[in-house]
Design a protein around this ligand. Sequence first.
Ligand SMILES: [Zn+2]
Length: 84
Amino acid sequence: MDSSIIGKIEKAKQYSEQKDRVNITSFAATFKGNHDNYDVQFSDGAWRCECHFFATREICSHTMAMQRILDEMLTAQDQPVPAI
Ligand SMILES: [Zn+2]
């Protein structure tokens, strides 16, 4: 392995600890629920899920779980830069 890729790997390790560097603008995922799998999407600041609960409430356990998992990366633009 050449030295330049080793430097990139080190940088990647540091970046991966600094989730506020990442601002997710859109993504799609398959969420494995207790009874079924659901397609969950995030785009233009809005969530979508194909489950029945989301269809009537526009929020569900799957989108809320994804928000918790991705919290820092979804709201990074709105938060002040943390002191290091
Ligand atoms: Zn759902």
